[in-house]
Design a protein around this ligand. Structure first.
Ligand SMILES: NC(=O)c1ccc[n+]([C@@H]2O[C@H](COP(=O)([O-])OP(=O)(O)OC[C@H]3O[C@@H](n4cnc5c(N)ncnc54)[C@H](O)[C@@H]3O)[C@@H](O)[C@H]2O)c1
Length: 439
């Protein structure tokens, strides 16, 4: 099939590449000329395991192309995926300007039947807005061209995005007409050879499903974070509690890890957007989600509080920070807890040497040339002259470090672990003071 993907970011590039991998003829469009230049020269502008090889393979096979040419993109695909960003507007609602700009481009230039697929995470009712925007452009041109608007929210996880797209748990298709459903079924058939994973719904239900999934996951995390804070005060160990409740199949082990707050490009903005949709479009206050958000905002400062409780005044202190990305296996730092921690430390007069296996370039872009933040070439190098080690992201390479080196390189043997990576007894047995979350 001929497929156009509008927006070549984490979702658009992974989706486009995986669709090419199974044989489709895919053209990825972006307004960011630099991104397209990197891709055309054989590079990949983001870090995502397995993506680079897959991009190369499909470009070489002639199935995957990149462009900034809107006319070419609209002409190319019978299926037009919209995978542009939907960042939070000032009031927390999802900003639809990129989605609607993409839709208008399609309406302005299309000459034959198109299935326009919303893959971006968009509030309930956006499908109708996309449909109206296209209709409006067609009307301005005085032409009638058939099209269908479908909602196909994306559930891939950064860090495992290729694997998630190639082997999805489910594919949700919100559509109202049979021809569009038929085409979407055919497009996704290669990704579900083992059993049917397609769930066909109406457009609004598909749109809400995406928010419901992220809101549920964010709720689990905030719930565990609050319980961890409680466990700490009561002298219980949240890790034991986690195992005790996770073993109940009604609860399960996934997303029960307490830590220093959730971040990323999705949970924070999607929780905000759902609260806003509920208030504006339904007159409902989502009390649980408001608490989830409040708890998470507080949790992002939990490491700072522990540092202050231990050191008192942080002015003049220097800290080693391991991990900048909002989670392992990505270079994405959108809403990352590391950003709040580093900002807190700067505000308190402290300095930082940070190490992250892939996100340091992104951190340099975010923090600019700030003398208070240095970068180390290895985890060990970051420890030098630091008053303590603070762990923010659970990269695999931090899981079994050389504790003797940590002890000898730090000014005093102190670890503040925002991801509960180690066994407290073991680390304390090594003569290191260890502060984790809820233990
Ligand atoms: N990142 C994730 O893990 C993830 C997972 C599921 C869903 N989503 C959703 O998918 C959407 C995209 O997220 P992302 O992380 O890929 O964003 P991103 O910022 O990485 O990529 C968006 C891209 O769209 C481009 N763009 C903007 N307007 C355009 C236009 N009119 N024409 C062509 N290109 C345009 C931008 O230049 C950018 O490259 C969001 O709605 C997000 O909530 C993201």
């Amino acid at each position: 099939m001929k497929v156009t993907v509008i927006g070549t970011g984490y979702v658009g590039l992974v989706s486009g590449t995986c669709l090419a991998e199974v044989g489709n003829d895919v053209l990825c469009l972006d307004v960011d000329a630099e991104k397209i230049r990197i891709l055309e020269e054989g590079g990949v502008p983001i870090f995502e395991p397995g993506l680079q090889e897959m991009v190369r393979r499909n470009v070489a096979a002639g199935r995957l192309h990149f462009t900034t040419d809107v006319q070419r993109a609209v002409d190319h695909g019978t299926i037009q995926f919209i995978a542009v960003g939907t960042p939070p507007d000032e009031d927390g609602s999802a900003d639809l300007k990129y989605v609607l700009a993409a839709a208008r481009n399609i309406g302005r230039l299309m000459t034959d039947f198109k299935v326009v697929v919303d893959k971006s995470t968009v509030p309930v009712g956006t499908g109708a807005k996309v449909k109206a925007a296209i209709a409006d452009e067609l009307q301005k041109r005085g032409v009638e061209v058939p099209y269908s608007v479908v909602s196909n929210p994306e559930f891939l996880k950064e860090g495992a995005a290729v694997e998630d797209f190639m082997r999805p748990d489910r594919v949700v298709i919100g559509a109202e007409d049979e021809q569009a459903i038929f085409l979407m079924r055919a497009l996704y058939a290669p990704f579900q050879r083992n059993h049917e994973r397609l769930i066909v719904t109406d457009v609004k239900s598909a749109e809400l499903t995406k928010y419901a999934a992220n809101a549920m996951l964010a709720t689990r995390i905030s719930f565990m974070n609050e319980l961890a804070n409680l466990a700490e005060k009561l002298g219980a160990d949240i890790e034991m509690v986690r195992q005790g409740i996770g073993s109940d199949p009604r609860i399960g082990y996934h997303f029960l890890y307490p830590g220093c707050g959730y971040g990323g490009s999705c949970f924070p903005k999607d929780v905000k957007a759902l609260i806003k949709t509920a208030a504006d479009d339904a007159g409902l206050g989502l009390k649980v989600l408001r608490a989830v958000e409040e708890a998470n905002d507080a949790q992002k400062h939990v490491l700072t509080e522990k540092l202050k409780a231990s050191f008192g005044d942080l002015a003049g202190r220097h800290f080693a920070v391991w991990g900048l990305a909002f989670k392992p296996n990505t270079d994405d730092m959108r809403e990352a807890p590391s950003r709040e921690l580093i900002a807190d430390l700067f505000a308190a007069g402290a300095t930082v040497t940070a190490y992250d296996p892939v996100a340091m370039d992104e951190a340099k872009r975010i923090f600019g040339d700030d003398a208070r933040l240095r970068f180390a070439a290895s985890p060990r190098e970051a420890l030098r002259d630091a008053d303590a080690l603070v762990i923010v992201t659970e990269w695999k390479e931090f899981r079994s470090p050389d504790f003797d080196a940590i002890k000898s390189d730090l000014k005093q043997p102190l670890i503040f672990d925002g991801r509960n990576l180690y066994d407290p007894k073991f680390v304390r047995g090594m003569g290191i003071d260890y502060f984790a979350i809820g233990r």
